[in-house]
Design a protein around this ligand. Sequence first.
Ligand SMILES: Cc1ncc(COP(=O)(O)O)c(C=O)c1O
Length: 383
Amino acid sequence: MRSATKIIHHPGCVCEQTGAVNFPIYEVSTFKQDGVGINKGYDYSRTRNPTREVLEMYIASLESGRYGYAFSSGMAAITSCLMLFHEGDHLIATEGLYGGTYRVLTGIFNNLNISCSFVDTSDMDAVAAAFKDNTKAVLVEAPSNPMMRVSDIRAIAKLAHQKEALFIVDNTFMSPWLQRPIELGADIVVHSATKFLSGHSDVIAGLVATDDEQLASRLAFIQNAAGAIPSPFDCWLLMRGMKTLAVRLSRGQASARRIAQWLSTRPEVERVLYPGLDTLEGFELHESQSDGPGAILSFILREGVCAETFVGSVSLWTLAVSLGAVESIITLPSMMTHLSYPKEILKKLGITDNLVRLSVGIEDVEDLIADLESALKKTISGE
Ligand SMILES: Cc1ncc(COP(=O)(O)O)c(C=O)c1O
């Protein structure tokens, strides 16, 4: 079955009992037992809930894994995956990855003596050099947020496995419609489902998929033990959003291509970072491991063009800290999504105050370009 069809006809999508074409919301915390320990497969919703279970089968099927787990946020999903590790373990992660992931690694797991080296994972020599005897996993954002650095998923999977380490990919930017890391060798795929999967800026959630039975049973244990689960209603809302993933993302992607090309011609713009432009380092690699460039792009404004004024001058684009929604979102990563990083690290990574990130939604692209053009004019003229 092709991806767009799989998105609609996923396992468990139709309620077998009633034929309802949307699986019902089991808004329930506990289940009546016929006798002590005798139940119909469910006893308490933190452990198992029928609505969440359908969502979990859904993400597993989209990511070509056999097991899926749902969490109350993308960060809860990432944190739960990090709970697989123990005191004394070492991890390797993409430098410049989402600020919240950096925060949990440096502000929580570091205190538990689980250390992390942040390296440019688009450079295989740097990844290989970062391995230590106690390295237990490589965590990669592919592509990275917001610099769009492209890491070689197949090569890192091979290297990690040679070193007996796990390979975890944050696939939030691409979604399973455009990239399926498990097919390329990843052990675990994690999502901020708040973004493209939900698509409507109305739910915070995280999803994890794996094809490994042992990892699946550890993740199920952590999900139940730590308990960072989404409500049945949020699971249902997320599934409702996921059904239109292919149409939303294909439209956003087509518009992102147009916007990236248009920005590349603007004198106010120094550089555009978008996996759909052959000027991006790693363009061909991205093409070889995904089905498209996606709907997120970043660009650097020339010196003298104030990015803060620019993002404050748009009227149609929503200035916000998120991405992947039907409405187009504009963000200044250095002052918004990546605030948890020390300034000097941001500078080294190129996440400077003149870097702008766009998440392209489903509005008319002509209107989106006109709004950017008018904001650029206002910024230059100081209106
Ligand atoms: C790439 C990436 N991973 C993880 C997260 C965290 O997800 P959430 O905000 O759902 O906790 C984000 C949030 O922006 C993100 O962009």
